[in-house]
Design a protein. Structure first.
Length: 227
């Protein structure tokens, strides 16, 4: 896009926002904040569900107290947080692991509610703009009748533009919010499975169980999450 085309696009966007009235300001603000949170959550889930250490290596690292670098996946993150608060006392370490798991679990669902609320608020703001635009149109009709088409068009444009913008913000926001919630739930399921296995291994004190890893925990869950 060259400079002239970019300038024309910016002016067209500005005219579009001005025609929508003051309701466009909170609507655009909600859209910007919503997409910023969506990008942040997407990057976080991609990191946690991406390259990770193997389950056996994570359990071994938790017992040895040394965690290899080069990974920031879900298992690696949990072990890293656990090692940062580990005391060396079995009962205390069990509580610390439970606390680290709960904290990481809550962080998975962080900001999802805000994204859903912002996506739900957008069409309501659009409806408010519709009402304001129709009021403006009826005020013109009450003064000039139906002879002043230009003045009537101003109110109608406010009603239509705000409705359109509200839907454009809300529809993708709601779909992506649901997708992020499902992704967080899959990560939470994998986290709980691995945390239970890690607590079991630490209580035994003899390294990973002989039947580790089970066929249904948590490697396959993590592979499904990464995909």
């Amino acid at each position: 896009m060259n400079e002239i085309a970019l300038r024309d696009w910016l002016w067209a966007t500005w005219d579009y926002l001005v025609q929508g009235g003051w309701v466009m300001l909170p609507m655009v603000t909600a859209s910007v904040v919503m997409w910023a949170l969506i990008l942040e959550r997407t990057r976080t889930y991609r990191r946690l569900g991406g390259r990770d250490i193997e389950s056996v290596d994570a359990l071994t690292a938790a017992e040895a107290g040394a965690l290899p670098r080069g990974s920031e996946g879900l298992r690696w993150t949990l072990v890293q947080r656990f090692l940062s608060v580990r005391s060396g006392l079995p009962q205390m370490d069990d509580l610390m692991l439970a606390h680290a798991t709960d904290k990481l679990r809550r962080s998975l669902h962080s900001r999802l509610a805000v994204i859903a609320v912002l996506a739900g608020v957008a069409p309501l703001l659009g409806l408010l703009g519709t009402v304001l635009g129709m009021i403006q149109t009826f005020e013109v009709i009450s003064v000039f009748g139906t002879s002043n088409a230009k003045a009537m068009a101003g109110g109608i444009s406010v009603a239509l533009i705000t409705t359109q913008t509200g839907l454009l913000v809300a529809i993708p926001g709601l779909f992506i919010s649901g997708s992020l919630s499902r992704r967080a739930s899959r990560l939470e399921h994998a986290l709980d499975e691995f945390s239970l296995s890690l607590r079991r291994a630490l209580r035994n004190g003899n390294g990973p169980p002989q039947d580790w890893p089970p066929t249904d925990m948590p490697g396959k869950a993590m592979e499904a999450t990464a995909s």
